[in-house]
Design a binder for this molecule. Sequence first.
Ligand code: AMP
Length: 587
Amino acid sequence: MESIIRKAPESFREKPHLDNYDATIARFSWAQAEQLLDGLPNGGGLNMAHEAVDRHLQHGRGDKVAIRWLGKGGGRRELSYAELARETNRFANALQGLGVLPGERVFLLLGRLPELYLALLGALKARCVVSPLFSAFGPEPIATRAEMGDARVLVTTPELYRRKIQGLRDRLPGLRHVIVVGEAMAGEDGVHDWSALVAPASADYTIAPTDRESTSLLHFTSGTTGRPKGAVHVHAAVLAHAVTGRYALDLHENDVFWCTADPGWVTGTSYGILAPLVCGVTNVVVEAEFDAQTWYEVLQRERVSVWYTAPTAIRMMMKLGAEAVKAYRFPALRFMASVGEPLNPEAVVWGLEAFGLPFHDNWWQTETGGIMVSNYAAMDIKPGSMGRPLPGITAAVVSRNGGGGIELVTQPDVDGELALQTPWPSMMRGYLNEDERYRKCFVDGWYLTGDLVRRDGDGYYWFVGRADDVIKSAGHLIGPFEVESALLEHPAVAEAGVIGLPDPMVGEVVKAFVALKPGFQPDEALRRELLGHARKRLGAAVAPKQIDFRNSLPRTRSGKIMRRLLKARELGLPEGDLSTLESDEKK
Ligand code: AMP
């Protein structure tokens, strides 16, 4: 085992908020943590945008930089908390002017532009439900999610609109307004230019009373089967953002924080927008995609003090070597964290070598709304472990018994499923229109995460793997069914089975097995055509990177493709229980 990274109190540049794990856990209560929030004036309830933006004006942070946006072409825009309050008010007023009602869904499909942040927070003020989409999705995942979520408003760019939305408008009859950011797009039905719509809107807005249990965000995520799942989150989740920003990311008043995740995924919303703003820090937003040198420059020039990134990016930096990092100076940097996929022990230690600081791994998922298990600034790190549960979170390792119940695994070092005791403020409150699927996640007051873990004798959790077939590639969760469906749309494809293959850089790569309809030849030209087809429909982040042809695919008696068997065979692993195998490929 890797040696433990010990934390010496004299090395802390800020006194950690969580300086004693056991003592903090023992005294923590969610009710007391409410003190971190203000609530709307006059007992008006709890609204995420009020906590993230407006209330800071009453705490003397009006002139403080809330968002520092660094554009791709060298552009730079800073918004103080007061400006952010005014600009988000304008967007809330613009929505109201369009007749958009509280509870209606506002979808966001744009890269990391300032308007994304204004729209998200402004729509929350108007008590609309916001659903951010990943702008690198292809048309199919976008249409599926916007259709399922009954998108009323879409904020996007002219380019994304033309490439990915225009051809699908007939699938989205409820989409009344498209607001485009950038060059003007006159003439289209229901299309508004951001500048013409938002700039003239009033900068004054009073958030109406907001029930803390009302829906705020809709985050789509993937499961093994069926369509994506729309995880429903509520305004009360902001309490978990405040607590985790403080304890897991150790955010302090004077921090300059940078979360590298895109708001199209839950990390980019909870920690790329909400948590840092709720904690009142300066939040750096970098529009450009990953590039090691650019990232080092940002860390140095912007004097980032707390950095939240992801294993794939860390591994890419590792490949370029610690020397490349040492050309830069990071005197302000004091805490580094990582999430989204397993963080290998070497990466944790490499942080020390390259930056003089270890990476602190933490674990959570779309459904949990916030960090649940974490390594903390003042807690020793066991490299390779995701850490220990947050204050206010009770975690357990459980095994499912055949009868639909669970048993708690009490001994250390035994594999089982990670379960979290319900409730906590940022827990999802439903899967959109899928009550049964939602209910199945809970047994005896525990939420079952679908992740296999182990807890050691010191209470540290270690990630073992997924209990289901979803794929994590470069930190993006991909549902095999969505990829299979896109492949099946091609006239040559009779059957498709999709798995994740282990990859040293991006965690897993998407691989598809395809059986063809009679009359089609399994040759290189068709393979390329299918790869291109999938890429066009799904977008590069989701599409398979490899396709193999098979005469037929292994199926269970109920007709399901046995992805596990495909994977075992591909990796030369034991094939496991084959009792449900019905038909098989002719190998
Ligand atoms: P998402 O809902 O897209 O955020 O993906 C959540 C899933 O990513 C989890 O259920 C895990 O399978 C994986 N994951 C997140 N954080 C970690 C971590 N620190 N270590 C290992 N896997 C992780």
